[in-house]
Design a protein around this ligand. Sequence first.
Ligand code: ZN
Length: 279
Amino acid sequence: MGIGNWELGIENWELGIGNWELGIGKVLWRRRILFIIIAVVTVVLINLLIPVKAVSQQKYLVVPDSFRGKIVRQVQLSSPQKAIALTFDDGPSPDITPQVLSILKDNNLPATFFILGRNLKKFPRIGQQILADGHVLGNHTWHHWYHRMREFIIAREIESTAKLISEITGGVRTNLFRPPYGHRYNGIVDYARKRKDVVVLWSVDSEDWRGQDISVAELVEQVVTEAEPGAIVLMHDTGGDDNKIVQALPKIIEELSDRGYTFVTIPQLLQLSLNAYTR
Ligand SMILES: [Zn+2]
């Protein structure tokens, strides 16, 4: 009996060694898990810190409550300031958007970009650059579809674009919406108004969408002759070689500046205004 107990004791002792080794193993695993957690947290923190600049641009996105859910083509300014808003639709595109950004930077003036979700998904860094440069992003739907659609499809077109803007910019939300081709009677505008977006149309069409059918000089002329204080100018930062906006833009800026205009984003224009012309 005594021997048996002793042998049991040895076995228990060996089991104890085994448990102790398992314990060492557990400690190592805990350390590894801790290390992985620290690594993941570090990566997340770095990623949070990078778009800080984009988040700081949120002030540009503040629009007066009185404009939420309204349709705006042009605004009446409350001061003698000749403010005008340049807007660029359908990007971001790798060929035109960086050139437009460079021209805007050279002239130190802000603009508003109504982006398509499908393009932003392909070129998120250009979208981030737009914000980092102090410009404003607006929602122009995912696909640029304009036919009448079921509401759940409209919701997907708008919400998926809004979600992507938020994702790539570290949480920036835009209340600015522009319907494709400015169509108002296919349900899209109704949906945007319900979500209290400002529906931003335009009062000056550069007609850059005419591609080869319009010259650079005509394009400049078109914008400059139609410009008024409080106007919203439609241009496009997409369209490839046919789009002459890159050649025309420096001249448009020069001509408007010579006439005393200052350039503002859409939220800034709304803040400067008394009443919007709506219909
Ligand atoms: Zn468009």
